[in-house]
Design a protein around this ligand. Structure first.
Ligand SMILES: Cc1ncc(COP(=O)(O)O)c(C=O)c1O
Length: 349
């Protein structure tokens, strides 16, 4: 695991509110879950936001709910995503019915890739497309992909594990499809150790999820549900970090600016997180090989963080070798980026 630093203001906020949780004895199902939900709802612009123990538990719950209430039984996921997206679909008891190819320049499916995946499916009434936004930006074709799926009657669930704070045309991830789930896992763009938040404008599903996360033990109307609630101490921690998302992204943007300058000077392709209409959160800073492998294109580049990803679930194998991730974390000392720039420069000499 790489270096994880949090803004000082997050830590101070966390510490100054922690005692109250113990003094009031409100360790679960208390005000911090509500405050976090309000923060995410306002920030992401969705009508519902429900804290969960993780992104994965939130996605599993969504799959259960779309199966129970919308008769969805099959799921397509993208080739290039975290291995656990496959396991969580199987664990949810839905059928994993295929993998959507990914564009090597964005590491995510293009509109054409999704069209191809839907081409030979006559019955889309039972289908969910579960798409992961990779590396800190929202899939640049997400609007068109969501429209296509809507026309075809396909449910779209967004895996927003990497994308808290990212926008496309001013819209946050999770608001393009039917629902989405964020991750606040220790290494994510906005890290708080563990935690997730599901966002949706589908109010029926949002209400059902609110009850699902507590076994529907009060209303006792649902057949499904489990405890995937966030504890109050965790909700306070996620809140403390999430409220500083702007500061975290601004800080990382300054580090990214150094890489952008070097890549432009040296003619190295990179994924632009500040292109027109796009605002990424710099979860990763990704450099790409024009053709072939990044190891061949940048032989002196040794200082890297983990790829997204170095394995492939479907057919987009080129992605495992065509990219590298440069170190970028909150409050990263300038000498780290300078060292990386030196390696990039030597690679081009
Ligand atoms: C693309 C992607 N999806 C989902 C997850 C799962 O997130 P969590 O650990 O919060 O369940 C991760 C985390 O590694 C991820 O990278």
């Amino acid at each position: 695991m790489g270096v994880i630093k949090l803004p000082g203001s997050s830590l101070e906020f966390f510490k100054s509110n922690l005692d109250e949780i113990f003094e009031t004895g409100s360790l679960a199902e208390g005000p911090w879950n509500q405050r976090l939900s309000d923060l995410a709802q306002t920030y992401c612009g969705t009508t519902c936001a429900i804290p969960t123990t993780s992104n994965g538990s939130g996605l599993m719950a969504l799959l259960h709910l779309y199966k129970e209430y919308r008769h969805r039984t099959e799921v397509l996921i993208q080739s290039n995503t975290m291995y656990g997206v496959k396991t969580l679909v199987n664990a949810a008891g839905l059928t994993l019915s295929g993998f959507i190819d990914c564009n090597p320049l964005t590491l995510m499916p293009s509109l054409r890739d999704v069209e191809t995946a839907l081409e030979d499916r006559s019955n889309t009434a039972t289908l969910i497309v579960l798409l992961s936004h990779i590396g800190g930006i929202i899939n640049p074709e997400m609007d068109a992909i969501a429209s296509l799926c809507q026309e075809r009657g396909v449910t779209v669930i967004e895996d927003c594990a990497h994308s808290f704070g990212a926008t496309l045309n001013g819209k946050h991830s999770g608001a393009f499809g039917d629902a989405g789930a964020y991750s606040f896992y220790a290494t994510k763009a906005v890290p708080a150790g563990e935690g997730g938040i599901v966002v949706t404008n589908d109010e029926e599903i949002g209400r059902a999820l609110t009850d699902y996360v507590k076994y529907d033990r009060f209303n006792q109307l649902m057949n499904i549900g489990v405890n995937i609630r966030m504890s109050e101490t965790q909700a306070l921690l996620v809140y403390s970090v999430a409220k500083e998302v702007g500061e975290i992204i601004d800080n990382k943007s300054k580090i990214a600016a150094r890489y952008v300058e070097a890549c432009q000077e040296l003619g190295i392709r990179y994924i632009d997180q500040e292109a027109q209409y796009t605002r990424g959160n710099y979860y990763k800073f990704i450099v790409l090989a024009e053709n072939g492998s990044i190891a061949d294109a940048l032989p002196e580049l040794k200082t890297m963080t983990s790829k997204v990803y170095d394995y492939c679930l479907g057919k987009s194998h080129i992605i495992t070798t065509n990219h590298a991730c440069l170190p970028i974390w909150y409050d990263q000392p300038p000498e780290v980026a300078e060292g990386v720039v030196a390696e990039l420069t030597m690679s081009r000499a």
